[in-house]
Design a protein around this ligand. Sequence first.
Ligand code: AMP
Length: 237
Amino acid sequence: MEKEIRRNVGPIILLGPPGAGKGTQAKRIAEHYGVPQVSTGDILRENVQRGTELGVQAKAFMAGGELVPDTLVCDMVADRLRQPDCERGFILDGFPRTAAQAGWLDALLEHEFFDNTQRGRCLPIVIGIDVDYNQLLLRLTGRRTCPTCGRIYNVHFQPPRVPETCDLDGSALVTRNDDREEVIGERLTAYQLQTRPVAEYYELKGRLVHVNGDLPVDKVTEQMFREIDSHSAASSS
Ligand code: AMP
């Protein structure tokens, strides 16, 4: 698909339970529209790995499948969105995850992005990925990641050619710490309790659009591009 590099894309927010395919779709959107993927889970994991102060504070919450406190995550997101590569837009993957984070983000976007003509002027689009619960469990328990190139596989749906080995660079695939079965239940509960209200928050504001995440990956991507294109055409007209 042709790359779109001219227009402001604005903020794109992906919502959906763990395993809905937010990371995979975010990478495709990033590639197509030339805007960065901002994954709070990835940034937190990187901080844990590097042993930064943020990483040390976040580690225990993440290992237990709990949400990291809002103050830590919001500061981290603000720093990231102020980077120059976010000027034409960005894709938020894994944020906001609580109603408090959603309210905080609205205020940030209003003050720092929409009042400033140098920045993208599109309103945020919020895309909810709907997935069947049993599909989610298979996706999460089957997920494997390449520690070298970051490619994501699934032993049930998209297995590598050689079991547990990356097709691209031959590295041994790993299971994310929080994709262990005992942690998955916690993550899905955290989603039900805290993140579902985020979808309701945007629904009430009339900003939430839905895509069917049970369809094959390419079909989900097509639906996303359609929604983003019609949203940014409407915002710029
Ligand atoms: P993810 O890769 O998005 O599933 O995130 C992995 C873990 O990072 C979550 O289970 C949380 O512990 C933490 N995390 C990621 N994003 C957030 C957020 N927006 N708010 C709080 N905790 C988060």
